[in-house]
Design a protein around this ligand. Sequence first.
Ligand code: MN
Length: 135
Amino acid sequence: MSVTALVIEDNEHNLYLATILLQAAGFVVRAARDGSEGIAEALRETPDVILLDIQLPVLDGYQVARELRKSPSLTNVPIVAVTSYAMVGDKERCLQAGCTGYIEKPIDPEEFVTQIKRHLSKPQLDQLVPAMFGD
Ligand code: MN
């Protein structure tokens, strides 16, 4: 069994950084680059965790979170907002839309995976096999 993270992010740099950090920690990563594609991808194959940018084309992250929460297969999947919105009230707005957590950009490579793992169960964490680099 693998642990799958769906990253919904339109910024290529952030998508790349999140992907390499998650893959190094043993996640299988799927990517979507706008809100509509993100919803379709989440419904196609239920991920273990969803990382959700808020400023997205087509549908913003709040709309995406609300749509995802309407699907019975996704009711219990953690949705972690990853956003540079740092205004007072934005965190609450994310949670009200259905997100389970909130990570502020810029992504901190030292902390990012730890922040994601907080939303996973023990059995899921036990399935993560970190990638090996070099010999
Ligand atoms: Mn964005």
